[in-house]
Design a protein around this ligand. Structure first.
Ligand code: C2O
Length: 484
């Protein structure tokens, strides 16, 4: 292969982001605006995008701005390990691109590591940022911005995959098409709303209402496991959007993450909704390829706010509630909960039929004497239903609705007031053969509890709407109702 300027520069070790930004990113022009994919501007951008994706598909697998390199930066394909993928693309020798692949591939956070859940938002912000620059370079359209897919919008576009992503016969847009997206019901590629059987799955309320970033009940984790994972599973199956190792091979992945990024920027519009400020978080670094194949080392502190990055959105989401001024250090506080009722070793196997688990009074002092009937006593505290230890062998392909206190024999219905949340297994299938981290969900049931008039030891019911994949064998490890 000829030594181009690109390969030459990539030979140097990663450039720190601040140095790179000075040199390559024009910070003095007006911020570029990312548009809704269904707007006129967004549709114009999708044309540029479709053409660039086709070009990237044609670049060599070794090329850092080619499609495969970008896909594998999220996670290498599910049939191989990272090491094997690198050897199969680059062979046994050494090269600057190979070094870059070693640093950048399979770095999606937090799917690959324990304790990385707070990195979910910044890592994907970085990924989308460099990907967008690569599209600009490949398309030779410096004005390009990545459009976002706003699945949560109300009205006719709610939950509908933008049409440009489902036009297999179109000479331009066929590059944005993936067959076998979630099917047969709903048929995503026919333009049916992805949540037609799962009302509530696309709500931004559970995440945007949070006042704290970190922790299992914080904004980042609730957005990641909830809305973000739901969209993956509802859009695709285990060979595309529904599975971590394949998801970034669907061009709609980047429009999905552009929207997730917009939700984070929306959340930060409130001065009381702040990002973590501890130095281990701020200084956590990741490596990406820029549009010239230059290796850039990016720290989270470089990506906490979009204004210095010189882009913005055509619209931000309004926030549903006010938050009190945060106490210093609150965002890294360890969550302390008292367990009221629990099934600590539930090992609940989920099938096509509703699964029920009986919660029992815990041994903690707060659990004594009818804890659930005393819930409305002031001062109001938050109560959460917590599901931990989610694991599946493969993507079940459906969401599961979680009900609290549903009477025995009652058919679970998604509009039942006992429904308190939805779980998905997007991040709960093995990566390179192993479960790398605990996947847990917590649902704020503070407002629901007084209305539900629960028995002291209520039952939790978990039910899918459609038939899950029989191979998936999803399990929920433990269930508990906790109090702040
Ligand atoms: Cu790294 Cu939407 O996933």
């Amino acid at each position: 292969m000829a030594v181009t300027r690109r390969t030459f520069m990539a030979a140097a070790s990663a450039i720190p982001f601040a140095v790179w930004f000075e040199k390559y990113a024009n910070a003095f022009m007006a911020p570029l605006v990312r548009h809704n994919a269904t707007s006129l501007q967004g549709q114009a951008m999708l044309k540029i995008y479709a053409e660039a994706v086709a070009t990237m598909h044609g670049l060599p697998h070794t090329d850092p701005i080619g499609w495969l390199f970008q896909w594998y930066t999220h996670n290498v394909t599910g049939t191989t390990t990272k090491a094997a993928a690198i050897t199969s693309v680059y062979g046994g020798g050494s090269s600057p691109q190979k070094t870059l692949a070693q640093a950048a591939w399979s770095t999606c956070q937090p799917h690959n590591a324990p304790g990385a859940s707070d990195y979910f938002l910044p890592w994907h912000r970085m990924y989308v940022y460099f990907f967008e620059r690569i599209i600009r370079k490949v398309s030779k359209k410096p004005e390009f911005t990545l459009p976002y897919w706003n699945y949560s919008v109300s009205g006719a576009a709610h939950g509908v995959l933008p049409k440009e992503f489902r036009m297999p016969g179109d000479p331009l847009f066929k590059s944005l098409y993936i067959k076998n997206r979630n099917a047969p019901s709903p048929t995503v590629n026919n333009g049916q709303p992805i949540d037609m059987n799962d009302p509530g799955a696309l709500s931004t309320h559970p995440s945007l209402s949070k006042c704290v970033y970190s922790g299992s009940t914080g904004f980042c984790n609730v957005l990641d496991n909830g809305l973000h994972g739901n969209v993956h599973v509802l859009t695709g199956n285990g060979t595309n959007m529904g599975s971590v190792p394949y998801a970034a091979n669907d061009p709609v992945f980047y429009a999905h993450h552009c929207n997730i990024d917009r939700l984070w920027a929306s959340w930060n519009k409130d001065p009381n909704r702040i990002n973590p400020s501890n130095s281990s978080f701020l200084n956590q670094a990741f490596t990406f390829s820029d549009e010239n194949g230059v290796s850039v080392s990016v720290k989270i502190k470089d990506f906490l706010s979009i204004a210095p990055l010189n882009y913005t959105y055509d619209a931000f989401e309004p926030l549903p509630n006010k938050c009190p001024a945060p106490k210093v250090g609150l965002e890294v506080a360890v969550e302390k909960f008292a367990t009221l009722v629990e099934a600590p070793a539930a090992h609940l196997s989920l099938t096509g039929a509703p699964a029920r688990v009986q919660l029992k009074l815990s041994a903690e002092p707060q659990a004594k004497k009818s804890p659930l009937s005393a819930l409305s006593v002031p001062p109001p505290k938050k109560h959460y239903l917590v599901l931990k230890g989610l694991e599946a062998n493969a993507q079940p392909g459906v969401l599961y609705h979680v009900y609290l206190g549903l009477a025995e024999g009652a058919k679970p219905q998604p509009d039942d007031p006992h429904k308190v949340g939805i779980i998905n297994f997007f991040d709960a299938v093995p990566i390179e053969g192993a479960h790398t981290h605990d996947v847990s969900f917590s649902f704020d049931v503070t407002d629901a509890l007084p209305k539900l008039k629960l028995a002291n030891e209520p039952v939790v019911t978990i039910a899918p709407i459609n038939q899950p994949d029989a191979e998936a064998k999803p399990v929920v490890g433990s269930v508990a109702l906790v109090s702040e």
